[in-house]
Write a protein that binds this ligand. Structure first.
Ligand SMILES: C[S@@+](CC[C@H](N)C(=O)[O-])C[C@H]1O[C@@H](n2cnc3c(N)ncnc32)[C@H](O)[C@@H]1O
Length: 454
């Protein structure tokens, strides 16, 4: 591969789990909870009976601080926090259900973290039963959860399976003892294997592994070993994330030396090595940084073009309304976004005052909606097409100018009103999306917001 292109295009850029990206949402003063509720209501009335809704529930606690982690979490070993948190999430759900005119029909439900498996089987059951008391279930529903291998025992797997969960996503990150030591994240191959075997025996239909390339102390040999072990365990899906080094947000990332991080070119080579090994083992690359077996629904959704991307990453179950419950969760009504407050204290205060804990958001303009469509097309299918009305609205000449440079570098080609990302360009898809990101172009950030694109 041409490493000079990596140097040229490795700039800070969004991962586009939303458009507009969170830093470009409207100001705090422009956010209005009543308007947010109206947006939710409108989309709910238009879509609940046909496609249903998605629910994302943030379970923020972790017992240990993993030094690489860029997610919103709260570290504690006090499990007494579980029950009051579950109670408040259920109250938040009530606050939504109280203004919706019918029972929400759940198409997709995901427990994210933090570490959902920090919670006991009993509390997870209370949570899901409380949610389902006020909801129906779509006949193609998908329930999934993030799991830490060392806290995912058979009892939790069985409880969640009996409650409708058929997918789980295991945080593996890396199998090398040296890398695990530096990132303060420990799990052995045997522990991961045990969870995988238990889950398979119970009947889970899809297991995902989260792996990261670009971590401190990772080398070609260590990645080779991690991927080899992964292939042996044969998860159905793999998220092979690019390590996001954001020490200005995640202070624990300052606990290791930047000298231990692979260089840009080395990092990209680690991805290429993993990709080659996974493809040799019959995994198929999906969108950006994801792989799946041919039998998995994610692969099928690429073939029938139903693959979608949202705050949870890639998904096969797209609904226009996604309600996020719990501290820092993000909701999407397709016409607007809203985020919950980020500290547990503030979350508790608002819920106890019977208020939706949303504090900021964004109401999408017509222009935002058109750009979102193109960015989604690119992130999911590596191509997009526009009509004349759209090109007038977006002042396409400026976008095309940026794209032409990438076309000259062999990253994409443009034919009439269609852009296709070449195989060589797929690793630069974030950069190609940035050409469409008019909000980013109008106002370059005055401080570093995003991790590097490659
Ligand atoms: C929300 S975290 C929750 C993971 C969960 N606590 C666990 O123990 O595995 C979800 C995933 O984000 C990814 N992640 C977290 N920090 C990251 C970073 N700095 N760069 C890239 N990926 C990261 C990890 O792969 C992780 O499994």
């Amino acid at each position: 591969m041409n490493n000079s292109l990596v140097t040229k295009y490795n700039v800070p850029g969004p991962r586009y789990t939303s458009y507009p990206t969170v830093p470009y949402w409207g100001s705090l003063e422009d956010f209005n909870v009543d308007l947010w509720k109206q947006n939710v209501l409108k989309t709910f009335e238009a879509t609940n009976s046909s496609e249903g809704i998605s629910l994302y529930i943030q379970l923020p606690y972790c017992e240990h601080l993993c030094h690489y982690c860029g997610c919103n979490k709260k570290i504690t070993t006090q499990h007494s926090v579980e029950a009051p948190y579950v109670k408040r999430v259920l109250k938040e759900w009530d606050l939504y259900c109280d203004f919706l005119p019918a029972k929400p029909i759940i198409r997709e439900l995901h427990f994210g973290g933090g570490t959902p498996t920090f919670f006991s089987a009993e509390n997870l059951e209370l949570l899901i039963c409380g949610i389902l008391k006020r909801a129906g279930i779509n006949n193609r529903s998908e329930f999934s959860f993030k799991a830490h291998p060392t806290s995912t025992n058979k009892e939790k797997l069985e409880t969640l399976f009996n409650l409708g969960f058929k997918r789980l996503s295991l945080g593996v990150q890396d199998f090398s003892p040296e890398v695990q030591r530096v990132i303060n994240r420990y799990q052995t191959v045997d522990e991961v294997q045990e969870v995988v075997e238990n889950a398979r025996n119970i009947g889970y239909k899809s297991i995902n592994f989260d792996l990261i390339f670009g971590l401190p102390k990772q080398t070609k040999a260590s990645i080779e070993d991690t991927i080899e072990k992964t292939i042996e365990l044969r998860p159905d899906r793999i998220a092979y994330y690019s390590y996001a080094h954001v020490p200005w947000v995640s202070k624990a990332q300052r606990l290791y030396s930047e000298k231990d991080l692979p260089s840009n070119d080395e990092k990209r080579n680690l991805y290429e090595l993993g990709k080659a090994m996974l493809e040799d083992a019959n995994f198929i690359e999906i969108g950006m940084d994801h792989f799946a077996l041919p039998s998995d629904d994610l692969t099928k959704s690429v073939q029938d073009k139903s693959l979608h991307r949202n705050f949870m990453g890639y998904t096969t179950a797209h609904t226009q309304l996604m309600i996020g419950l719990g501290v820092s969760s993000i909701s999407d009504s397709w016409t607007a976004f809203a985020q919950n407050v980020k500290t547990i204290k503030e979350y508790e205060r608002l819920i106890d005052a019977n208020e939706l804990p949303v504090f900021k958001g964004h109401f999408l303009t017509k222009e935002d909606q058109v750009i979102r469509k193109h960015i989604l097309n690119l992130m999911c299918h590596f191509e997009t097409e526009w009509c004349d009305t759209e090109s007038n609205l977006l002042h396409f000449d400026a976008i095309l100018e940026k794209l032409h440079e990438m076309e000259n570098d062999g990253l994409c080609y443009i034919e009439h009103n269609k852009l296709v990302v070449t195989e060589k360009g797929q690793k630069f898809v974030r950069n190609i999306c940035m050409a469409f990101d008019l909000r980013l172009q109008r106002k370059q950030p005055d401080q570093q917001l995003f991790s590097s694109t490659i």
